[in-house]
Each structure stands twice: as C-alpha cells, then as structure tokens.
Design a binder for this molecule. Structure first.
Ligand code: AGP
Length: 602
C-alpha cells in the first residue's frame, strides 16, 4: 500500500537527486498519501519527511535541492502508527547512518523491538519498519558488512515486505528484499532503480526485472545482484522490456487520472481485443468446460468483473463459485485438482487474491490469471495468464481495468460457447465493435453524468439496482460513488430492494437502475414503479431506443449491444457520475481518503 522508490547513479545526475526522488514519489503517490519522505547520502545521511501529500512535503522541505548519487523515497499508507512526521518513512538507526523504506507489515516487530531496546537501541517511531534499520545496525556492530547484516536482519523478520535500505557508511549500493509485497528493479545505463511498480521507473527506463518472493540483493549504479536462499540468480535472463511509455503514466492534459482513464477506455478496449490470443482462449475455455468446480476470484472492482462472467456461466451449464479473495477459506475444503480458478486482479499484487490463489494451487486447482501487469506476482503464480493490456492505471478507482477485464472474460465465454458447437459470429462482431461503442457512450453520456452529479452532490445516500447480469454493474457503480465521492451507495438485486432497503426511500432519494440485461429489463421496471411511488429520483442506464427511458426520471442512453458486452457500456456513465460527483463535492478523485491503489496488506 505504501510506495517505494530508490535510485543510484554512477555520477551526479544532471537534475538534483532530490528532484528525481520527488518525481518518483509523484508517480507513486496513488499507492498511499498519508506521508512522504526521502533520504539521500550527501556527506552523511540526510532525511526529510512529514505527514501530508508529496507536493506539500516536498515544497516544505526543499526536496528539489537535495544532492547526491543515491537516495530513497517513500509514500505511506499507514498501518502501524498514526500518519505524522515521526512515523513517516524513511526510518533510521540510532546513529542516523542507515535509512530504510518499507511496504508491508513486519508481524514480529514488537518482539524484535523489545529485544533491540534491551540492547540499548533507541526507537523514535511507532512503526514496524524501524526495527529493520536497528537490526542492520546491530549486526554491523557485531562485525558484519552491510549486505551480510541486511541478510541476517531479513532472517529475523516475519511478514510481508518490500524493503529498500541505504547505508551512508557504504553508499555504493541500495539493498532490497521482497516477500509478498511488490518490488521491481529498473535497469538503466549508469544507474539502477528499485521501485514498487513499473510506472514509477518509466521516466528512466523500460527494462524491468520483477523481484520474486523470498529474493533479496542489492543494486549499484552498474550492477543488479539478486539472491534467493543464498544462491545467486541469473539476472540478465529476467530483464523484460515493458510496452508502456512514460506519457501513458501522466495525466496528459486531464485534470485527474480517473477522468483520463475513463476517456482512455475505447483505446484500452481495442488493445485488449487485439491482444486476445485464440489458442490461449481455447485452452482456457476447454479447461473451463472440463473443470469440476470453477472459482471466480477477485477483490473490489475485479470481483465485480468476475461476477459478470459468473452470472452468465450457468447458461453453459457451469455452476461458478464466486469467491471474494479475502474469503477464500470458506471453500477451502472443496479445492481439488479437478477444479479451475479464474483469478482477476488489475495489479496482480493484491495480497488477498495472491493468498487465495496460493491456497487453491496448494490443493492442485489450476489457475487462470486475468491481470494488467506483466510479470506481476499473480502472473507468476498462475498456470495461464490472460493480460488485459489496458496500459498503466494510476487512478485509485479502477475504471479502464474493469471494462478490459469484462471484455477478456466475455471472450473466454464466447470461446467456450463456440467449443460447445454454437455459432458465435454475431457475438464476435459485437466484440469488435465494443471500443467504438465505448467511445460513443462517453461522448453521449458525459453531459448527463455531469448534470446529475450536481443533483447528487447534496444527497447522503443512493441505491444502485439491477437484476441478473446487470447486478455486477450496479455493484461497480455503487463502489465508484462510495470510493471517490464519499456518498453512501449500496447495490442490491432490484427485486430484493423491497425486502428492506426501500424503507430508506423518501422524496428525492436517488435510485440508479442498470438496464444492461435485456432478460431482466421488464421486471426491473416494476421496481422502478415501486421506488417512484415512494418519491425516489429514478435514474437509469438504458439501451438506446428502448421504452425503459420513459419510465424513469432521468434516463442515460447507451448504445445497444448484447448482454455480454453491455456491462462495459453501462458502467461508463456510472464511472463518470462518480467522478463528477466527487469533483462537485470538492474531493480529489485520484486520492480517495483511506484508500490505496494496490492493497498489499491483509
Ligand atoms: C477499485 O476502484 C478499487 N480501488 C479496489 O476495489 C480494487 O479493485 C481492488 O483493490 C482490487 O485490486 P486489483 O484489481 O489490483 O487486485
């Protein structure tokens, strides 16, 4: 949830090191923005850090004028200790020569802290991270060199971590380690980088190595050294060229990443469609049809994307079991070698999803990953990977990754349908048309979403209702509004709304209906009538030229397509409604409070 960035140069870079670190932090800020900090070595260790957003802290402490050739930076999403200056990273040892940044949780930090305090170490913060700096200090005191001391410290800590550490007494290296929390190396000419994710290094290099669980090592300006269980790893063979440009990870003229990424959807969907490999889809479809149980696993938005497949699979006589990643243990006794799991994660690093997948694989379940990030943990922990190719998503609220996940899953469904002998030519044509229809949806619905946002801004609560295959879209719409506009929003099966939720409805209460499933539209209309009778403001996403519009107070018309692809089009106005409502209410949709883009703690 926190973001890590460390860079080491052979000689002083043309721009001040502090400015480079600040820019790295800006790229990382979507991972956590409770506090920010940097450490550089410039005739000794210099640490600047505080609570607040990157821009404020960087300005206050003059990050841009810091000099040196080696430095670390960190943005924090607080887990241990309140977000204040003392708890901000980097953390240092007693003598102020070792600095460490960390993403994750050191589970046994309390006992380590007690042990170190008994040995005379003085702790400044309440964080779990600080024990790492003191452990390395302790082992150096016992005569080990920095790398050996670092390795010994790692042997003492338990938990999830991505760590980067520098030692001002040995400033030619950045030491790193990973267990469960994401970490990559950016390989450069005359410099090297460690970072939490790929977008952070794109300003400098596109050559990346994904560090694996249990690995540790160091980078110097000219070398990348990785070890696992004491064995040096073949680093050169693992360098991957990333097909993303630095420009893709900037706002490109939009006020927020979220809006940019909503508008990017036609392009992302085209890239997803172009990247679908028939042979791979056939392998997945055959595994789907042959499986005893099919689990569809994901968290948040990725779970909702999974539900769009789960709700149509029964048509193939498959009974899917949707699994919210963090609840994978419910089905633990079922997992078996004849089963298949489709695990969905934009980042490929969500800890709940990774843990679910590991538990399933231990019992022989075959795993198909649907992810956006090449080389991510999920991609490595799976038997088959379907990449969504949406490009980097920086907004904390997932948008283009939802629609590209739905498209990928719909392609799996179609391939299975064809394997069962059905003619899918018409559906294939619809799939090809999706990017263009998404563009038309954005053009046609942005205005209405903006107007509606003005009406919603004063409300406290809203319902999102849908039946059948429309329900996951309603769930996704409600999640978006909660996340970025801080309005209470709840999704229900439309028919279920009369079993309790309707009690809250009074004059002007917004109820947003999703009409993306043609099989359930008529029935949903009766729920519209029930809500209207109680004075609700009835809003709906409806297929163009349908009669549903007449029954609603506000109808948002989206182009016609089949229910397979309709979730992609119907969610777009709901994403925009959430975005514009957040802006109307004066919030920054890219940095929703208490949230981080990738959740790497349980
Ligand atoms: C979506 O808007 C949220 N930020 C969140 O629910 C997210 O989808 C979830 O944390 C899963 O992330 P992943 O797709 O990277 O696994």
């Amino acid at each position: 949830m926190c973001g890590i960035f460390g860079i080491i140069f052979a000689e002083r870079p043309r721009r001040p090191l502090g400015e480079i670190l600040r820019r790295g932090l800006e790229r990382l800020e979507y991972r956590g923005y409770d506090s920010a900090g940097v450490a550089v070595v410039d005739r000794g260790l210099v640490v600047k850090k505080d609570a607040g957003k990157v821009a404020e802290v960087a300005q206050r402490y003059g990050f841009d004028s810091l000099q040196g050739v080696v430095g670390l930076a960190h943005t924090r999403w607080a887990t241990h200790g309140k977000p204040d200056q003392v708890n901000a990273h980097p953390h240092v040892d007693c003598r102020g020569v070792i600095a460490v940044v960390h993403n994750g949780i050191i589970e046994n930090y309390a006992e380590l802290k007690e042990e170190l305090m008994k040995r005379g170490h003085v702790f400044r913060s309440e964080t779990d991270t600080e024990v790492i700096a003191h452990l390395v200090e302790e082992y150096k005191k016992q005569g080990l060199d920095t790398f050996s001391a670092f390795k010994k410290a790692l042997s003492r800590v338990r938990g999830a971590y991505a760590i980067a550490l520098i030692d001002a007494e040995n400033p030619r290296a950045i030491y790193f380690a990973r267990n469960l929390s994401p970490l990559i190396i950016g390989v450069g000419e005359g410099f090297n980088i460690v970072a939490s994710d790929i977008p952070t290094v794109l300003d400098h290099t596109k050559r990346v190595i994904a560090v694996r669980d249990g690995e540790y090592g160091y980078i110097t300006a000219g070398e990348v050294y990785i070890e696992a269980d004491g064995v040096p790893q073949d680093v050169a063979a693992r360098i991957e060229e990333i097909p993303w440009s630095a420009e893709m990870a900037t706002k490109g003229g939009y006020p927020h990443f979220m809006l940019k990424e909503i508008y990017e959807q036609p392009e992302s969907l085209a890239s997803t469609a172009a990247g679908l490999e028939p042979a791979q889809l056939e392998a997945v479809a055959n595994a789907l049809l042959a499986a005893r149980n099919v689990y569809i696993v994901g968290a948040g938005t990725s779970y909702h994307a999974g539900l769009t497949l789960a709700f149509i699979l029964p048509r193939l006589r498959i009974t899917p079991i949707p699994v919210i990643s963090s609840e994978y243990a419910i089905y633990e006794d079922l997992y078996d070698k004849d089963d298949l799991a489709i695990a969905i994660s934009q980042s490929g690093e969500t800890i709940d999803t990774i843990k679910a997948v590991k538990a399933m694989r231990e019992r022989g379940v075959k795993v198909v990953a649907v992810t956006n990030v090449v080389g991510s943990t999920l991609s490595r922990e799976s038997d088959v990977v379907l990449y969504t190719r949406a490009g980097p998503e920086m907004g904390v609220a997932a948008t283009k990754t939802f629609t590209t996940q739905v498209l990928t899953l719909a392609a799996v469904y179609l391939t299975a349908l064809r394997a069962l002998g059905h003619d899918v030519a018409e559906h294939q044509r619809e799939l090809k048309a999706v990017p263009d229809l998404a563009r038309k949806t954005i053009e046609k619905t942005a205005g209405t979403a903006k107007e509606l946002a003005r009406r919603l801004r004063q409300r406290l609560s809203a319902y999102y209702l849908g039946r059948g295959a429309a329900l996951p879209v309603a769930m996704e719409g409600a999640l978006k509004l909660k996340e970025v506009a801080y309005l209470h929003a709840e999704a229900y099966p439309a028919g279920e709304s009369k079993h309790g939720p309707i009690a809250l409805v009074e004059e002007g209460f917004p109820v947003i209906f999703v009409f993306s499933d043609p099989n359930t539209g008529e029935k949903t209309l009766s729920n519209v009538a029930e809500m209207k009778a109680r004075g609700a403001l009835t809003i709906g996403t409806v297929p163009a030229r349908s009669d549903y519009a007449k029954k609603l107070d506000v109808a948002i018309e989206v182009p016609q397509t089949s229910e397979l692809f309709a979730p992609i089009l119907h969610v777009i106005p709901l994403q925009m409604l959430a975005y514009f409502t957040a802006v109307e209410r004066g919030y920054d949709p890219d940095k929703p409070r208490n949230l981080a883009k990738t959740v790497t703690v349980e």
